[in-house]
Design a protein around this ligand. Structure first.
Ligand code: ADP
Ligand code: MG
Length: 689
């Protein structure tokens, strides 16, 4: 056995050999920089063009600029018995003088001396005298290293306490000089680097030649001309997307190689009577999707399908038909919902639908686990038609089912409702429970295409782009908080007509006590305001029994107004509720508001969504106006992503994505597409050889 040393210098820890002592190493560790490779991926937070220093005399008010000069005077003023202070130095560059001040940071005086050459970056807060408050600074040291720090585009890094910008920049320079040749192409031959010369066979503009990874990393730190940084970023982002795509493909390949699809396509004997009694005809979109699902359920590999359909498109019926196909084929099915409220609602709906067919529908939630989990008739392993239609069961539960290790025998199909509330990891865990059951995930979050490809690259996607006919319209209004009395008057009118209303307050945190107190207070207020109408209250801290009691009251129209946190965001379906009042609407994401709005407009009555918001900025108003202008979930999602980034759109619980250091999901559509193509190409090549 040989002593195993890291074979790649990039994996070697940054050590004294590179001038990194224990103290510096600890500081770097706080930035998660341990190895040379980590250091080289430490992305500058901005760049400073030090070929174009601004003469102090030309500094303009409020305009960020870099200047350079000599300290001609400095000192600290203290007052209030030394508890307050201002440290100041005056810089002179031959054109004018510049005052630089730091409030209440008296230790700053340790870092500067009269005669020092200093670079300062900031926005002047006054021109008489010219003053910068808390500028970024760098003392210019005499010596050979100035070609790193001056007369060029200079990287400015995120730092940590005690770590000097200049020192870090020098380290990056040295490590880069030493290690650049060791930076390999992660997939040699796949991305053809720029150095090969222009490739005329590449016609697509998004496939434009990018530098090699090594060159990209060099340019990331020390760009030579404008545009270099973006080109470098694109290359590094492409590498990230490519790894993700390859991983997704690999996962899928493994599944295809190892898993046999259970025969779950059914024979229509339950679906036929079900559809006959349903009371409405399926939309063309629903029929189309069901055809795709049936094909998957009969295929030799397990289904992995995402059903995307805007709120109210009727995904539940599709889930019911898919479950019936599995049940017809002699398998059990599981339907999972993100909240207990929604699980209970599904149980009520499915019992109504499946009762006449003699199919048992059982609730399984974290809160109410019963021991008789297995249905006595869970039958022959491997399926085959059972002769009784009640031989199998539909289990409905929350995601607590996954954690609880619930795994019925003979599981043919798993349906996950409102997928966006589940992380990818959770999804995987669930499917492993059985012997590769079929998987259908449903979401109303209209993901922009790029995001869909990235997150769900391992799934086939079906779109349901049509709402059932005969829906009332939803009118959306944005109102300032001081118009609330008028809004209340309006709602009272609707209640008098026999309709019901939701009033929603933003949920800051699931566990936020203050938040729950606030809804309890609001409920009391609304109770007085709306008497004699009944006001119910729903929030995450209620027990399952209590939640169900409140929802039942609302369903039966004994409760007329339901005050809730955004717990009702997903899936609740009650056609008589026609008013959705959302308070503090500015605190919600657009996609989430769209979901909330989807709780109304489910019957034939005209519905209303009223967004009451504390609108201080024009931007906030514009944002909410998007909702008033359109009910197109895709457009709303795109806007939301532009404004808030993909993380917000997916919600905090969406944990499936790796963090991208360079990739930007909302802007890099072309790169994501390219990564997909490259991943396909790579796998094709791998197969041929
Ligand atoms: P979502 O896609 O948001 O989950 P649901 O499945 O809750 O929507 O359906 C919304 C409402 O539309 C339900 O009351 C459902 O019964 C009804 N619905 C579904 N499909 C149709 C259809 N084809 N025609 C009429 N109503 C339908
Ligand atoms: Mg739904």
């Amino acid at each position: 056995m040989t002593n195993r040393l890291p074979t790649n210098p990039l994996d070697a820890p940054l050590s004294a050999a590179r001038g990194v002592g224990a103290e510096r190493a600890a500081q770097l560790a706080r930035l998660k920089i341990h190895t040379a490779g980590d250091l080289l991926l430490h992305r500058p937070r901005r760049y400073e063009d030090r070929t174009q220093l601004r003469p102090i005399a030309d500094l303009a008010l409020g305009e960020a600029a870099t200047a350079r000069g000599k300290i001609v005077a400095l000192g600290t003023k203290r007052w209030r018995a030394g508890s307050k202070s201002v440290f100041e130095f005056i810089l002179e560059d031959g054109t004018a003088r510049l005052h630089c001040r730091w409030w209440n940071l008296p230790f700053m005086e340790r870092y500067f001396h009269a005669g020092d050459e200093v670079l300062v970056f900031g926005k002047p807060v006054s021109l008489k005298p010219r003053t910068l408050d808390h500028p970024e600074t760098e003392v210019v040291e005499a010596g050979e290293e100035n070609f790193i720090h001056l007369n060029r585009m200079v990287p400015i890094y995120p730092l940590t306490e005690g770590l000097p910008q200049r020192w870090l920049r020098s380290l990056v320079w040295r490590v880069l000089e030493e290690c650049e040749p060791d930076i390999a192409e992660p997939r040699p031959g796949l991305i053809r680097p720029l150095a090969d010369g222009p490739d005329s066979s590449i016609k697509m503009p998004e496939a434009r030649a990018l530098p090699s990874r090594a060159r990209a990393i060099h340019l990331l730190h020390f760009p030579e001309q404008t545009g270099d940084v973006e080109v470098a970023r694109q290359r590094l982002a492409l590498d990230e997307f490519l790894e993700l795509q390859l991983e997704i493909r690999r996962r899928r390949k493994t599944l295809q190689a190892n898993a046999r699809g259970l025969p779950c396509a059914g024979d229509n004997r339950l679906i036929k009577p079900f559809l006959k009694e349903l009371g409405f005809l399926l939309t063309d979109a629903q029929t189309k999707v069901l055809r795709e699902i049936r094909r998957d359920l009969g295929a030799p590999q397990p289904m992995r399908r995402l059903l995307q359909g805007d709120v109210g498109a009727g995904k539940t019926v599709v889930a019911a038909c898919a479950a019936l196909m599995a049940l017809e084929s002699g398998f059990n099915a599981v339907l999972m919902a993100p909240t207990e409220v929604l699980a209970e609602q599904h149980v009520a709906t499915f019992r109504r639908w499946f009762g006449p067919l003699d199919i048992p529908v059982e609730l399984r939630t974290g809160g109410r686990k019963t021991s008789n989990i297995q249905h006595p008739t869970s039958n022959v392993e491997g399926g085959g038609l059972s002769d009784s239609p009640t031989g199998n069961t539909l289990y409905i539960g929350t995601h607590a089912l996954i954690e609880g290790g619930f795994a019925p025998d003979n599981l043919g199909l798993v349906i996950i409702d409102e997928q966006h509330k589940f992380g990818v990891a959770q999804r995987e865990k669930l499917v492993r429970k059985g012997r590769y059951p079929h998987l259908l995930v449903m979401t109303a979050t209209p993901l922009p295409r790029t995001l869909g490809l990235t997150l769900y690259g391992d799934l086939d996607i079906s779109f349901m782009d049509q709402l059932p006919a005969g829906r009332g319209r939803i009118k959306t209004f944005v109102r300032a908080a001081d118009k609330l009395p008028k809004v209340i008057e309006f709602i009272r009118g609707k209640l008098k007509e026999g309709r019901q209303a939701y009033v929603v307050y933003p949920r800051v945190e699931e566990s936020d006590q203050g938040e729950i107190k606030a809804v309890i207070r609001e409920r009391a207020k609304l109770e007085k305001e709306f008497a004699p109408f009944q006001v119910g209250l729903l929030h995450g801290r209620l027990g399952p029994k209590e939640k169900e009691r409140v929802m039942a009251g609302f369903r039966e129209n004994q409760v007329h107004i339901l005050v809730a946190t955004s717990i009702i965001e997903v899936g609740v379906d009650l056609p008589n509720a026609t008013v959705m009042l959302i308070e503090n609407a500015e605190r919600f994401g657009l996609a989430q508001l769209h979901q909330l709005r989807g709780r109304v407009g489910r019957g034939a009555h005209e519905s209303y969504c009223i967004l009451v918001a504390d609108i201080k900025t024009e931007e906030a108003r514009q944002r909410l106006k998007v909702l008033a202008e359109t009910t197109d979930g895709f457009r709303i999602a795109e806007e939301d992503m532009k404004l808030r980034g993909p993380g917000e759109l997916l919600g905090q619980q969406q944990s499936g994505l790796p963090p991208f250091r360079f990739g930007n999901l909302s802007r890099d559509g072309a790169l994501i597409e390219r990564a997909r193509r490259l991943a396909n190409q790579a796998l094709d090549t791998a197969e041929k050889s």
